[in-house]
Ligand binder design. Structure first.
Ligand code: GLU
Length: 293
């Protein structure tokens, strides 16, 4: 069976030079491995996803010379699958309804400068809802209070036992080879959002399994999220892919590129006359691939 690679952009803005690096790097590694290349549209965020951005993804990737298999998987088509996974986690007692709003979380943690934070710098969820009685929880749900499903991460991690993944690229601190996963660093992370029956973490794990993905090539900004993915995969009994986290393209102040910055969008660069070869040179993709070879 050939290895299966995927590129999984979110259609909530124009692709930029960072996406070009990721897609070209991923595609080149796939070809070197004689693999299949899949595309997935990560559009669970219904308020930010737009059809014109999805069209833009196809146009930009084609322009860069990337070919993918069809049909393309779209996360918005897979909601029932995500909902079933949440039901399984509920049945196992591993998730709970979490009612706090962003404002309430911020107010709770503001009082304590030592409040623990996740690897992205966000405060861990103050897991007070875990202690609500069943009756109190049901009363709030019946009153229409919006809630997310959050994982009881400590219990889930204990149940899962030691977790690790194979890293063929490198993490922010040079981590590579067999990396020990520490999902508890994310606290009780969301598996089902208030508006949709999934979260990025849950959807990505279920989709990679549904698409038979064996190799995940993506930016180093998602390195730490892998611990949450490895845990969910173990809980749901899904197979383990190999990871390759690659370096990020940054602006001249060293910051990660953002979708709101027009200057680095592939569309604006193309409209200003850049060719795919110019893009390759701007992101140093050929040198990055030669380094690896
Ligand atoms: N959709 C994510 C993004 O655009 C990528 C997810 C992944 O590769 O796992 O950043």
């Amino acid at each position: 069976m050939p290895p299966v690679f995927r590129f999984a952009p979110s259609p909530n803005g124009e692709l930029h030079l960072g996406h070009a690096f990721s897609a070209l790097y991923d595609h080149a590694l796939c070809r070197q491995a004689g693999g299949r290349f899949l595309l997935r549209i990560e559009d669970i965020d219904r308020t930010r996803s737009r059809p014109e951005f999805e069209e833009g993804i196809y146009r930009d990737l084609e322009w860069l010379g990337i070919a993918w298999e069809t049909p393309v998987r779209r996360q918005s088509d897979a909601m029932p699958t995500y909902g079933e996974a949440i039901d399984r986690l509920r049945a196992a007692g591993l998730v709970y309804p979490a009612f706090m709003t962003r404002g309430e979380i911020a107010a709770t943690v503001a009082a304590d400068p030592t409040w623990p934070r996740d690897p992205d710098g966000a405060p861990l969820y103050p897991a007070t809802d875990r202690d609500l009685t069943r009756a109190a929880t049901e009363e709030r749900i019946a009153a229409g209070t919006p809630y997310a499903w959050r994982l009881r991460t400590d219990i889930a991690a204990t149940q899962a036992g030691p977790l690790s993944w194979q890293e063929d690229g490198a993490g922010p601190d040079g981590e590579s080879g067999v990396v020990v996963a520490r999902p508890e660093r994310w606290g009780d992370f969301v598996v089902g959002r208030k508006d949709v029956p999934t979260s990025y973490h849950l959807a990505v794990v279920l989709d990679d399994a549904a698409q038979g993905v064996t190799h995940i090539v993506r930016g180093r900004d998602l390195f730490h999220a892998t611990a949450a993915h490895v845990l969910l995969r173990r809980l749901l009994g899904l197979p383990s892919p190999v990871y390759h986290h690659h370096r990020l393209i940054t602006d001249n102040t060293g910051r990660k590129l953002s979708k709101s910055d027009r200057a680095t969008s592939l569309r604006s660069l193309r409209e200003a006359g850049a060719t795919p070869d110019d893009i390759r040179a701007m992101i140093g993709i050929d040198a990055a691939l030669a380094d690896r070879a």
